[in-house]
Ligand binder design. Structure first.
Ligand SMILES: Nc1ncnc2c1ncn2[C@@H]1O[C@H](COP(=O)(O)OP(=O)(O)OP(=O)(O)O)[C@@H](O)[C@H]1O
Ligand SMILES: [Mg+2]
Length: 421
């Protein structure tokens, strides 16, 4: 290298400029990411596949690797494994679609430090790059990621529920419209009678319509609007992404009612939900997070019941009555030598669905464990339930008998996480 180019290289690569190796076989995505990275002051090197990326990596000088997972030749996962064999330190960020999340857990095991979910948003992407380069600890970035995952899983559930919700909203809309149309029709018929109110008969008919028929129609229509309002506020509340404090006073009946409301559209006529409460009072917690837990448990229960009904039908047995029982009881703490132990709540969600096979029961809380068909379950539901309950200072366990049913048991400190420790 002559002096001039050495100088120009120094000039182009001032101290501190970081080099990002970008591995993606999609040229358009790669070009877009290069633009973002260079716009933010990073130097980039792009490779269209794992082989060439590994060769380039071996040459050295790479501060961060960003790789897609699905590529021709060696996969992103193999690339990470190969890189980790020769470099334990370099930061690796994985780009993944929500659909291939199962692979994500393998990539973390293989040594990826962070991930970016497609579709890629500029701000999120650059933040992830910054974070990776700051060498924040793996655990720190995973905590932030889990939070993001909590929200994406929540949005996925909203997606799953939305067809049913649309149907739910359609029903009251139909009877609001029918009542209004009828009122319109009545008014048309009343008009000639109103012109001849000196006829006693006309007065009686008019009075009857205005004072009896109309109020019934109006109240029917109002009931319809209330129903829609409830559904909409349920969705809004569920989809709320902000961080509420962990020690809000929460009325558990209300949380359960909202969760039941959201999943009702998913429940067929042959599944009934029973609720029973004892000694219930407000507890400290986060409304929308607890609601997320209950929605997950109710959907799982409904799925298990549906599955059993399908199996029964296939073997020629008649329809069974599906049942989901939700019960909540508050127990007082015990007097001990060290003082009184905190009051706690026991909440159970029982269903008479197909149950869980013995060899699978230990895995249901694992992230990405699912027995549901691709596209239906992500296997994150119970993992997130577990995380949320843990954040609340409680625990969640499961008991199940194959073919008989399943119960999830949640224990929560009444006074919230902070005071239970
Ligand atoms: N009430 C239940 N009865 C029977 N099996 C259950 C029940 N709840 C959970 N499971 C089993 O545990 C697995 C994991 O549940 P989890 O809620 O974590 O994921 P999922 O329901 O498969 O997907 P999703 O991420 O959409 O919730 C399910 O696939 C199912 O096999
Ligand atoms: Mg689930």
């Amino acid at each position: 290298m002559d002096e001039a180019s050495e100088f120009s290289n120094l000039f182009l690569e001032p101290m501190g400029q970081r080099t990002v190796l970008l591995v993606d076989d999609d040229r358009i995505v790669a070009e877009y990411l290069v633009k973002l990275l260079e716009g933010a002051g990073y130097k980039t090197i792009t490779c269209p596949d794992g082989e060439s990326a590994f060769e380039r990596f071996e040459e050295g000088g790479i501060d961060l690797v960003i790789t897609d997972l699905m590529m021709p030749g060696i996969s992103g996962l193999d690339l990470i494994r190969k890189i980790r064999l020769i470099d334990k330190e370099v930061n690796i960020v994985v780009i993944t679609g929500f659909g291939n999340m199962e692979i994500f857990i393998d990539t973390v095991r293989a040594g990826a430090g962070d991930f970016i979910v497609k579709p890629i948003e500029k701000e999120q992407f650059l933040k992830a790059v910054d974070r990776a380069l700051e060498k924040k600890s793996l655990s720190e970035s995973l905590i932030a990621r889990t939070r993001q995952l909590l929200n994406s899983e929540k949005m996925a559930t909203v997606g799953v529920l939305s067809t049913g919700i649309a149907h739910e909203i359609n029903n009251p809309t139909t009877f609001i419209r029918t009542n209004l149309q009828l009122m319109n029709e009545y008014i048309k018929r009343l008009r000639p009678r109103l012109d001849k109110l000196d006829d006693r008969k006309n007065v009686d008919v008019t009075r009857n319509i205005i004072l009896k028929e109309f109020p019934t129609m109006i109240s029917e229509a109002l009931k319809g609007t209330e129903r829609i309002e409830k559904i909409v506020s349920g969705i809004k509340h569920y989809a709320y992404m902000g961080e509420e404090p962990l020690d809000d006073s929460v009325d558990l009946r209300e949380v359960i009612a909202q969760a039941v409301n959201l999943v009702r559209s998913k429940l067929r006529r042959h599944i009934t939900i029973k609720e029973s409460y004892l000694n219930l009072k407000e507890i400290k917690g986060q409304f929308s997070k607890l609601e997320q837990v209950f929605v997950n448990l109710l959907i799982n229960a409904a799925d298990a019941v549906e599955e059993k009904i399908k199996r029964n039908r296939a073997s020629g047995d008649g329809d069974m009555a599906g049942e989901i029982d939700v019960s909540a009881t508050i127990f007082e703490g015990d007097e001990t030598a060290e003082g009184r132990t905190p009051d706690y709540l026991i909440l159970t969600f029982y269903d008479n669905g197909e149950g869980i096979e013995r060899d699978k029961i230990n895995r249901v809380f694992d992230p990405f464990f699912t027995t549901k068909p691709i596209g239906k379950g992500t296997g994150l539901g119970l993992y997130l339930c577990y995380e949320i309950i843990k954040q609340h200072g409680g625990d969640i366990t499961v008991q199940s008998s194959r073919g008989e049913g399943t119960a999830f048991i949640i224990r929560l400190p009444v006074e919230g996480a902070a005071r239970s420790q």
